[in-house]
Design a protein around this ligand. Structure first.
Ligand SMILES: [Zn+2]
Length: 229
């Protein structure tokens, strides 16, 4: 049996970090379409040149191209114990394509990380980057008050230019426009669960693990014993 996990969640929810950790702890490859596209562009492969040409023209990578990338990636042997998909699908047509790709395999386990928009905006407002070394920090820090200087190098902390509230709200608008229909697409399946992503990272980690195990049982998979080990 394989744990074929799909992670859904708004930008800034910490989905990539949670997906990464879950994948590592369960011996599964984490598959991020963003990473694949970046690597392809850097490698200068045929795919990479196609992607770069699209980006240079300011166009989005279309469903057909991104679906082709995922189909190829999910055809590799390292996904036998399962996978954790992050950043795909983003639309209902992509979700339909994914169903076709994994036809005949173990059912998908789809986990939605829910974080209220206002919490995401608050997090972004509090994000600072070190001018000297580039470290990202939360201005709220661990203790009381705002963090003033970089803990690593003592550099000045500044607001990231792409972190303005307007940009975040625009990203959230796009996310909800494309994702609400996808939640409807997956929502009625026994393989779908929502978890509270506004908790501490450790609590989210635990919620994610128990949701995956519950779903695995609900869709008739035996527990994740030795997956990928
Ligand atoms: Zn620094």
């Amino acid at each position: 049996m394989a744990l074929n996990v799909v992670m859904l969640g708004p930008p800034g929810a910490g989905k990539g970090t949670q997906a990464e950790r879950f994948a590592r702890e369960h011996g599964l490859p984490k598959i991020s379409t963003g990473d694949i596209l970046r690597e392809a562009v850097q490698s200068g492969s045929a795919l990479g040149r196609e992607v770069k040409a699209l980006m240079d023209r300011g166009e989005l990578v279309n469903d057909a191209l991104i679906t082709g990338i995922v189909r190829e990636r999910l055809g590799r042997p390292d996904v036998t114990p399962g996978f954790v998909l992050d950043g795909f699908p983003r639309t209902v047509p992509q979700a339909e394509a994914l169903d076709a790709i994994i036809a005949g395999r173990d059912p998908l386990i789809v986990i939605e990380m829910q974080v209220p928009d206002e919490e995401l905006v608050r997090r972004v407002r509090g994000r600072r980057v070190c001018k000297e070394c580039g470290t990202n920090v939360s201005a709220f820090g661990a203790g009381p008050g705002l963090v003033q200087l970089c803990e690593r190098c003592g550099g000045e902390l500044v607001t990231r230019s792409d972190d303005t509230e307007t940009v975040v709200r625009e990203r959230l608008k796009v996310y909800w426009r494309d994702t609400r229909p996808m939640i409807a697409y997956y929502g009625a399946r026994p393989g779908f669960r929502s978890i509270d992503g506004a908790q501490s990272p450790e609590k989210v980690r635990q919620a994610l693990i128990s949701a995956v195990l519950q779903v695995a049982a609900a869709v008739g998979l035996s527990p994740a014993r030795g997956a990928g080990a």
